[in-house]
Design a protein around this ligand. Sequence first.
Ligand code: C2E
Ligand code: CA
Ligand code: CA
Ligand code: CA
Length: 266
Amino acid sequence: ETKYVYLLMLLLACMVSSYISAAYCKKIWVRVCIKRNIIRPYLQPIVNNEGNIIGAEVLARWITKKGQVLPPHVFIPYIESKHLTSLLTCSLMTQVYQSQLMVVSKHLKLSFNLTERCLFDESIYKASLLLAPKFELVLEFTESAPFSNAHVKARMEKFHQNGMFFALDDYGTGYSAPYYLTDYDFDYLKIDRCFIEQIEHNPKSIHVVESVVRLAQKLQLSVISEGVETEKQKQMLDQWGIKQYQGYYFYKPMSVESFMDIYRSH
Ligand code: C2E
Ligand code: CA
Ligand code: CA
Ligand code: CA
């Protein structure tokens, strides 16, 4: 009988070790993919009231061997869980730095999605320094990435001193707390799509968006409205004094090449 127990234990040990090594291999594989630029920067234009492109948000896309374009929800959670977010952000910044975007003469706004940890990553800091003279560089944070300590404030200050800007992303969702606005030095506020989506039909969300806009004006924050999908939404937002938009009504995220084509013919 002990023979069977040993055999079972051996089998179990094999299963556990192969599971661990498979997980380990996956992490290495993803790391290699990031380093080989398999994950590319896509750009969603940010426009002004007249619909002119004034900048773009950089959104990650995984390009498969067959040319399929995978959206972030497929791979970002894994990358974040394995603490590869800084490596990815740095790769996206570097790819932008090496792209055609650098020859655009206009001073475009360019925003990246960061986690708190990225702020302390020296390679991201260096990549930001390369981009900051060329673009109005905006670093977007979500409220769900916990802002925990005084180091964050000091670090933000350092980026600010080098001409970079900060946006509080997805405002009004997640760990929604106006506390972030009073305690941290943000320049932009991005109203989440979930509110914009409802303004045409739900008077309550009209009040929410209006009050967010008023709050932002009082705090001297610029507002970017995300997820604008209809003419009506754009008109309503115009009325409330919003000046910057992002959404499918204007443009969907696109490759750098497509962005350049549109931008040139604009
Ligand atoms: P996000 O930062 O809130 O980015 C905006 C998302 O809304 C993008 O989805 C964009 O395609 C989508 N969107 C923009 N306008 C519209 C619209 O009019 N209608 C609809 N239905 N959707 C619209 P995407 O590209 O799938 O990205 C999802 C999320 O993944 C992002 O949300 C961001 O949190 C995360 N993400 C993307 N790229 C990166 C990255 O490089 N680093 C990190 N850490 N996160 C990223
Ligand atoms: Ca964002
Ligand atoms: Ca957002
Ligand atoms: Ca979002």
